[in-house]
Ligand binder design. Sequence first.
Ligand SMILES: Cc1ncc(COP(=O)(O)O)c(C=O)c1O
Length: 375
Amino acid sequence: MPALTDRDLTIVAPSLPPGLDTPAVVVDLDRVEANLAGMQRRLDERGVALRPHTKTHKSVRFAALQRDAGAVGLTVAVLSEAQLFADAGFDDVFVAYPVWAGGPKAARLRGLHERIRLTVGVDSVEGAVALGRALEGADRPLRVLVEIDSGELRTGVAPDGALPVAQAAADAGLDVAGVFTHGGHSYRGPQRVADAAADETDTLHRSVAALRGAGFAVDTVSAGSTPTALRSATGPVTEERPGTYIFGDRQQTNLGGADPASIALAVATTVVSTASGARQCVIDAGAKSLAKDRPGWLDGHGVIPGLPGAVITSVYDHHGIVALPDGVPVPDVGEQFAVVPNHVCPVVNLSDDLIITRDGGQVDVWPVDGRGLRA
Ligand SMILES: Cc1ncc(COP(=O)(O)O)c(C=O)c1O
């Protein structure tokens, strides 16, 4: 099992307000604001727009902060998230996903298109045809971006496959506005990030050349993941779509996507048992609070800065088992600790609401409006 990294050991968790009913998800609003302003400023300096992915927070109030900080619009993964934000008054939303416009989705897609400036992803001729069918007779064409695979091998065509999809989309009456990619292979380890960012710009560059060569007026070239956002914001790229940057998490600090002192979200937990007699304690946050995401290159299910070197070796639904290194005393039952999760996005999706703090004190509770939305 890989060891804890130096970056884990320097993570400064948000302070927990006293007396919390745990497990609870705590968000340091001062840090959120700094993270939003920092990303916005750096992209502004590069002349690249920010269209944050909202799957990280799934919350109208955080999206409003992103808009106020200068975001040009929002990115979502699914139509129901787009509907949530359209209902809240956001009028420019990109569904960065190859939406299959069959069944009830066709009518939902059309309804949204009639209300806002909607853009969706497409990576197949069949998908383009289905989108065109869903929008038949609409008063203006639907904007689509052709998805390019930059090395993640998830969705998206190779750069030389962009043109047939774009042509099918145009034939289906869609407005081919450009291309997008997600350098998600950056998550395969800290040593992969620089190359993944270069892959994003390179594959976008090649696909834009192919589309422009065939007469398409490409206006949007969209890249993005939190680890790669600042590196790939160059060349043909017109916008970036990081999402996790709003809160950061343990994985991001290790990938260089978040400063260890900038982590804005933690799961507050209480030690509920030390009865085993082993050099461990049991916390009341298990898989239903911390999720189970664990990249192969990180040990444990989150990091507890208040217990340096401790490893959350396993999670049950409601129990987290924390192995303690020599020299760290076994905490008392009832003590509370902040856990910085490995991957923040599923953690937010497991919580109805978020405890909002400033200067370590609770100032509000915000709902996770889009909790559970997935279609
Ligand atoms: C298509 C797409 N764009 C942008 C993002 C945001 O990336 P990150 O979570 O690294 O901020 C994601 C995340 O999964 C994604 O799938």
